[in-house]
Design a protein around this ligand. Structure first.
Ligand code: ADP
Length: 360
């Protein structure tokens, strides 16, 4: 069902995205695939649907669980790895005989426990054994790190050397890394930083954009048709909510669930988006000790697109004093880096129409 609000895990429920699906399918033997797309554009749905369709074996590490944390430690990461590995050992008990060789791994019955203390498990050892197991089976094991930009907050441990080691030596492992922000490529994987373990590694990149107006309208019409409903206002809904598949799906779901009341469904969707976006925005300001009022002002100013000078003027009006150019540029760059803003033809725009909702 198109309007199911959970991530899709079956290609038959994934609307459009033909070229992204075929690029991902054809790249599954690449050591590193990066999927970048704004929150709720369907990154998880794309990955799960394709990996299930191709009957691939994968570990799905959902880093969203850390989004409210100020920082993460090794234990947090190793525990999520442990949880996901236990998911696959349930169906693949022979994997246990590989994992039991690793220092810091305890096998109890049909599950494993990873130590994070003195004799801590080395992540590259885990990758090595997963690779040997996959190689023995003649398959590729995919390690998905979803919303990987959260790992920038990992303190006291660097996971990149283990990924670089796997990239260079473990031919039966493939990493699929997703992120809602450009930071995942530049600040987490650091592929262009000469000092980074992953510097210069070739990779496949898939960019998931929001739906265009035409695709959004088709999506809504198709979703309602599936439910035997004729819905004449799809264009209007796009004009209000924009083309983020997550918001459109939620709108359709609420509309059907709550007595086909369009105004109520719009309101509910805005409320839902506001909750998610406000939380992200708060984490963003809290994390960098940033002045929330200033950043909200910039979001407000960029609602319909604006120039650098407009932003400077609005900040000066807010504070009633001159603000130096460097500070204005820093604020804009932070917002660009976290994908709250994009720059198009010398204009700055908010990336998601509903981001404007967080101001009220
Ligand atoms: P992300 O991982 O980018 O945050 P999700 O895969 O969780 O996005 O998708 C967000 C919501 O939008 C979910 O309800 C999902 O079902 C829906 N969705 C996203 N893309 C599509 C699509 N192409 N077809 C159908 N539903 C989609």
């Amino acid at each position: 069902m198109l309007f199911d609000p959970r991530p899709k895990d079956n290609l038959k429920d994934l609307f459009d995205r033909e070229s992204e699906i075929s690029l991902l399918k054809n790249s599954l033997d690449s050591p590193l695939i990066i999927i970048i797309g704004l929150r709720r554009t369907g990154k998880t749905s794309l990955i799960k649907s394709v990996l299930n369709y191709t009957k691939s074996t994968y570990i799905f590490l959902d880093m969203r669980r850390f989004e409210n944390k100020e920082y993460i430690v090794y234990k947090d990461f190793i525990k999520s790895l442990e949880r996901e590995i236990n998911e696959i050992t349930r169906k693949n008990k022979d994997l246990l005989s590989y994992l039991r060789h690793i220092q810091g791994v305890q096998v109890m019955g049909f599950s494993v426990s990873f130590s994070w203390g003195e004799e801590k498990v080395e992540i590259s050892d885990v990758f090595s054994e997963l690779n040997d197991w996959a190689s023995e089976k003649g398959k590729t094991m995919h390690i998905v790190i979803d919303e990987a930009q959260e790992l920038i907050k990992l303190r006291g441990y660097n996971i990149l050397p283990s990924i670089a080691y796997a990239y260079d030596n473990l031919k039966n492992l493939s990493f699929i890394v997703t992120g809602s922000e450009v930071r995942v490529r530049d600040k987490f994987l650091k592929l262009e930083d000469e000092n980074s373990p992953l510097f210069g590694r070739a990779h496949v990149e898939i960019n998931l954009l929001p739906f265009s107006k035409e695709t959004s309208v088709r999506f809504l019409e198709e979703g309602f048709k599936e439910q035997g409903i004729s819905f004449p206002d799809s264009e209007k809904i796009f004009d209000i909510l924009g083309g983020n598949p997550g918001w459109l799906t939620y709108f359709g779901y609420i509309y059907i669930k709550h007595g086909r009341d369009e105004e109520k469904a719009i309101l509910e969707t805005k409320r839902y988006a506001k909750r998610l976006l406000s939380r992200e925005f708060c984490n963003f300001t809290k994390e960098g000790g940033r002045d929330k009022r200033r950043y909200l002002k910039v979001i407000e100013t960029c609602r319909k697109g604006c120039s650098w000078k407009d932003i400077k003027n609005s900040l000066e009006a807010l504070e009633g004093r001159e603000i130096n150019d460097g500070t204005v540029s820093d604020i804009i760059n932070n917002l660009l880096e976290y994908s709250f803003l994009v720059k198009e033809d010398r204009k700055y725009m908010i990336t998601d129409k509903l981001l404007g909702e967080i101001i009220n």
